[in-house]
Ligand binder design. Sequence first.
Ligand SMILES: [Zn+2]
Length: 300
Amino acid sequence: MNPKPESCYANSAMQNLLYAKYFTDLVDSIQIELLLPEQITLVTELKKIINEFKKNQPICISIDSFRTSVSPEYAPTSLSTNAPGIYHDSIDFIDSIFNKMPEFENLFKFEIEIESECTQCGRKDALRKEQMHKFEMLNVIQNESITFKDAMNRELTESLVKRCVNCNPRDLETEEGTIHNILKKVVFKEDQKYMIIGKNVMVPNSKTKYFKFNDEKYLFNNRSCKWKLIGIIIYLSYGEDSGHYYSFTKRSDNQWLKQDCLGNSTAYSTATEKSIAYLEGSTPNCLNLLNTRMLLFERI
Ligand SMILES: [Zn+2]
């Protein structure tokens, strides 16, 4: 029987956030007295975890009380190893933290400018701007020889048929329209320190073969700043509603750690599930590149 870790989605998310130094600094700086009542437990629990982390790295974390403080839906359901766990997702868990503490979200927020371009006449119209804190790849791309950057840019463009005011300035009602390319540009905000990219984004490339974990990167062709990868969350599906999350994080000395709550045979004999961390070396041994759920980049 496959072990069924119940909290690995949350452990993996938290391990990633613990290595995000601007995030932990922000948590440290928050004064509990200034918080709304519903935020107090969450921030208090976070401060405890970060405090433990600073004393003891790599940390083996158990975050049961923190999970409950994020939302009752993440509360531990059962301490029995026989009861099936309720499956949650690491990025949803992070979303819920941000929901409760919008101040955290500001470190991750960026803007997407959306423009429409008529393929017939080339006229461009600004459509709108959207603010978000994560970029979720929409399509699963597997076994294709495209680069990481191409994979991301593919998600940024699409086309639709709409009326062009230049090609067809009259007849608003009946005009069938022309094809418009929808161009999306990612704009990083000044105080943004992190970029969360979700889904299967580690695409092997025919030229480089593998994703370069330690390169400083431009993201989304935006040359205003470079980013370094500091966290990876892998999701392995065992079938319907059953799977396992584990994570990699990069330390300040550029060594990678692996955290996996299945890494210890005693993990299921204890009532409290912990995420165990191991030193991984200069490159994560990522056998499951195509199962990446989340990449966390830090601004350089
Ligand atoms: Zn046109």
